[in-house]
Design a protein around this ligand. Sequence first.
Ligand code: HEC
Ligand code: HEC
Length: 286
Amino acid sequence: MNNISLFITGPVIALALAAGIAAVKADPVDDTLTIDGKEMISRAKAPEGHPFDEVMSGWLFRTAETRALEADTFVNPGMLEVEEGGAIWNTVEGTAGKSCASCHGDAAESMKDVGANYPKWDSDSGRPINIELQINKCREKNMGAEPYAFDKGGQKALTAYVKHQSLGTPVSIDLGQGEMQNWWDRGKELYYTRTGQLNLSCASCHEANMGKMIRADHLSQGQINGFPTYRLKQGKLISVHNRFRGCIRDTRAEMPKAFSDELMALEVYVTWRGTGLSVETPAVRQ
Ligand code: HEC
Ligand code: HEC
């Protein structure tokens, strides 16, 4: 049992918390994340109405080895996929004979800071969209190309490439657009709803038990400023909705589909919970 559970830490944490097993409290590190000489904001004063006084990047909760991998883009393994995204950016696809670059030119200029302000309200679909869905929108509408299926094709690499152009920029979303506030409300409700056989909510772990060590895992605030993140365990980039689904699976609840209303509402709300933190894409996590 012990040997097996070492490899399935998520479910183990869920079981431990559901069973009320005491966990050790451990402070996040008092350290500054500097990526290629550029200082990141990994602690920020929380926006009004936030359950915490201070919002903290997940980077502060990781081991020294994992933290070091993120601080240098030459050793960050996620950068390979970001580079792949750069190649896709310049590749012509679809019936219109265009690449992303045909319209948007140099991403370092046209996409600078764009990723820090998503999700945004999309009046065409009447719902919030994230970078993944905006890319699909451009592929369909502007390129005559098929939208990417969830986590397929170049979706993660291209999303990471677009978000990386905001490295260091503080996360900030506009809840005044369209019906964003309603989606925020719905996301908040979902965040606090206990589900699954283990009867846990996002807040059970990332709020009530934030900062606790359960075996080798240090529970963070569950922020999404570093997504898509490179996970060492999986050896590849992991999208936000994949991460949400993984956490929901650990509570033994039914998982909503990627880009469903539920997960988009959660993304709006969880993004807001990280207001003021620098975009760290691609962050490195265990
Ligand atoms: C034919 C021109 C064209 C092509 C090709 C194109 N786009 Fe766009 N893109 C636009 C226009 C116009 C907008 C703004 C209106 C909209 O949302 O459709 C936009 C908006 C965006 C935005 C949102 C910018 C913001 O400030 O919120 C992103 C991100 C984006 N495109 C990424 C891409 C990517 C990645 C590709 C390649 C897969 C791509 N686009 C291909 C025309 C294009
Ligand atoms: C049983 C406990 C548990 C529950 C419930 C849970 N998570 Fe997690 N979550 C974890 C653990 C453990 C990690 C990995 C360590 C960390 O970053 O906290 C994690 C990581 C994350 C991360 C990645 C953070 C980063 O810095 O990359 C996000 C985002 C996240 N969770 C969101 C959620 C959301 C949203 C919910 C509710 C749908 C949720 N979690 C429910 C345990 C949980």
